[in-house]
Unconditional design. Structure first.
Length: 160
């Protein structure tokens, strides 16, 4: 079994130590640590999760519970760009299903899938907190509101 020191880079170890130092107990930094590792690695593999848990002095199962509860932590590989399509009642009433159909047709993927070229992953998300701008979509870390078929096409076309 690899230790946290053998699996995590020196920079990752230092950042985890810094995040853990800012809270009363190391495990309180769990979400921040998972998000940092995801930014660096793209998703949280089982090995990364186990190494992070050791670095935070917590059981891997407890960290996995955090990772699987928090819907912005990816436990499987995702595309270079993650499209999070809001699935709230307001977005649904204002055209979310039409956007989902458009994405399926245009990208050739269903919810939870990644395009063959690894460019896009489409994920439903319970709520983006943008009901005043429904239907909403988040691409990577950028929120797009009042999304129409035309703005969705433009967004997809302009993405490198």
């Amino acid at each position: 079994m690899l230790t946290a020191e053998e699996f995590l880079s020196g920079a990752e170890q230092a950042e985890i130590a810094g995040l853990a130092a800012d809270v009363p107990i190391p495990s309180a930094a769990a979400i921040d640590v998972l998000l940092m590792l995801q930014r660096r690695r793209g998703y949280i593999s089982d090995d990364v999760l186990a190494a992070a848990a050791r670095a935070l002095a917590m059981p891997a199962a407890a960290l996995d519970e955090v990772a699987t509860f928090y819907n912005l932590i990816f436990r499987q590989p995702v595309g270079r760009h993650v499209l999070k399509l809001c699935d709230s009642a307001m977005c649904w009433m204002l055209g979310r299903d039409a956007l989902a159909s458009q994405l399926r047709a245009r990208l050739g993927i269903a919810a939870g899938e990644t395009t063959a070229d690894g460019k896009f992953t489409l994920l439903p998300i319970v709520c983006l907190g943008a009901c005043d701008r429904a239907p909403a979509l988040m691409m990577d870390d950028v929120l797009h509101g009042d999304v129409t078929a035309a703005t969705l096409d433009a967004l997809i076309e302009s993405t490198p």
